[in-house]
Design a protein around this ligand. Structure first.
Ligand code: ZN
Length: 449
């Protein structure tokens, strides 16, 4: 194996962030991380010695587990900043769903590549995606070296054939790219997918051994509407149609109400909720994801960015910071959502949310070598009293220096190794005018939860 694609290597002399399943995170000083066959072989106090493989200097750098973005629509980088200062209804009905009529497979492919470049650059090593033309995303992920769980978006308005096609995508791609690509079923939401289809999706998920990634109870208005129209909450719909039982990654959940908690707790081993606060704040939504109630019920919560058409970037550092800030304020408790708990959401929490808790989410021997080297020597982080505080409240995505996934170097000292960004941007810039032209007056769907 060549040095950049999974051979043996040592990261020498770095500090290592330890993220236990519970309790305080801490930093081990001056360690050597040995990587073999894409996995972490050992983490030991550093010693200068001959090694068989490549040596990366980690001196002055902090090794952290690659961040997990637990809910996004990566190709929507193509619509970044194109739907601002609008309500949720206008965002869907007057901007985004009309623009998505224009999407071609090639748009999705290029958008996914740009998104991969942005995520690698900011230390994200795995993401849960939910979008159209999933083969294009899978190709982009495979080429980029990243890890992703890809859910092909499905609306009931597309019909039975389209649903079957999403199951076929799962069959052919789950476990591809040496296990870096996994697949979830992707029904859009309980207000765009009917109960019969949700039941079929659950059956496919159980048969194929994959999870279900779905938007639900995105805001409290959706929960109220569901209660008025059919007498049950969106989470109860997921429960009754077998979605929770099959294993669900629920996006947002800001409208999760107390009567939903026992339903979620019943499936706490396989259910997770992804929280992406920036979009909620931009769309003036209250309340936000009930993180404390969910964690108290034993349900995994993970950090996410949602799509860049609402979040404007794919920066999970920003997401975890906003989660800490908004949760402290929502609970009116400055001692809640500690540094360690916040870091856990974006690492172990995200790994569990993607069904990858046994493979990624922390730096320990046996885990896949998804490693990010952070440079916390910038003036905005100094003096460095507590690296955990720097990561949550001071660090920037641009402090990411080097990124490995499965032991392969995807960014080395600030330079991407798998994606030619200038060439990519050249191709993308010629496409955006057509993509944003909504004079056709149609839309892929209508928002009326
Ligand atoms: Zn979303």
């Amino acid at each position: 194996m060549s040095r950049d694609d999974g051979g043996r290597l040592v990261i020498r002399g770095c500090d290592v962030l330890r993220i236990p399943a519970e309790g305080e995170c801490d930093v081990l000083r001056a360690q050597d991380i040995t990587v073999a066959d894409g996995a972490i072989e050992s983490i030991r106090p550093t010693r200068e010695a001959e090694t068989a493989g490549e040596v990366i200097s980690g001196h002055g750098l902090l090794a952290v587990p690659g961040l997990v973005n637990a809910h996004t629509h990566s190709p929507m980088v193509m619509m970044r900043g194109a739907a601002e200062d609008v309500s949720v209804e206008e965002w869907f009905n007057e901007r985004i769903w009309p623009m998505e009529v224009n999407l071609t497979p090639e748009d999705v492919r290029l958008g996914a590549e740009l998104a991969c470049a942005e995520m690698i650059s900011s230390g994200v090593t795995a993401f849960a995606d939910h979008y159209f033309f999933p083969e294009q995303i899978a190709d982009a992920v495979t080429a980029s070296g990243l890890r992703a769980d890809i859910a092909p978006t499905y609306f009931s308005s597309q019909g039975e054939k389209a649903l079957e096609a999403t199951a076929e995508f799962a069959e052919s791609w789950h476990g591809a790219a040496g296990g870096r690509v996994t697949v979830s079923m992707g029904p859009h939401a309980p207000y765009t997918v009917n109960d019969a289809d949700l039941r079929t999706v659950s059956e496919h998920a159980r048969r194929l051994g994959v999870r279900i990634h779905i938007h639900a109870a995105e805001n409290v208005e959706q929960t109220q509407s569901s209660l008025e129209r059919r007498g049950i909450t969106p989470i109860r719909v997921l429960h009754d149609t077998g979605v929770l039982d099959a294993g669900a990654l629920i996006a947002h959940g800001c409208g999760i109400v107390p009567q939903d908690l026992p339903l979620l707790a019943e499936h706490s081993g396989t259910v997770a909720v992804a929280c992406s606060p920036k979009g909620y704040l931009k769309h003036a939504l209250v309340p936000l994801t009930p993180v404390r109630a969910l964690l108290d019920a034993g349900v995994t919560v993970a950090a996410a960015t949602d799509g860049p058409a609402s979040n404007n970037n794919l920066d999970v550092w920003e997401s975890l910071r906003l989660i800490a800030l908004t949760q402290k304020q929502a609970e009116r408790d400055a001692t809640w959502m500690t540094l360690s708990d916040t870091l856990r959401l974006a690492t172990r929490g995200g790994a569990h949310a993607l069904g990858l808790g046994d493979r990624i989410g922390c730096l320990e021997p046996g885990k896949r070598a998804d490693i990010v080297l952070m440079d916390l020597s910038g003036v905005h982080c100094r003096p460095l009293h507590d690296a955990r505080a720097a990561l949550v409240y001071s660090a920037r995505a641009s402090d990411v220096r080097t990124v490995l996934v499965d032991g392969r170097i995807l960014m080395r000292d600030g330079r991407l190794t798998t994606i030619d960004v200038p060439a990519l941007l050249g191709e993308i810039d010629g496409r955006v005018a057509r993509l944003l032209d909504i004079s056709h007056g149609t839309a892929v769907q209508h928002y009326d939860p």
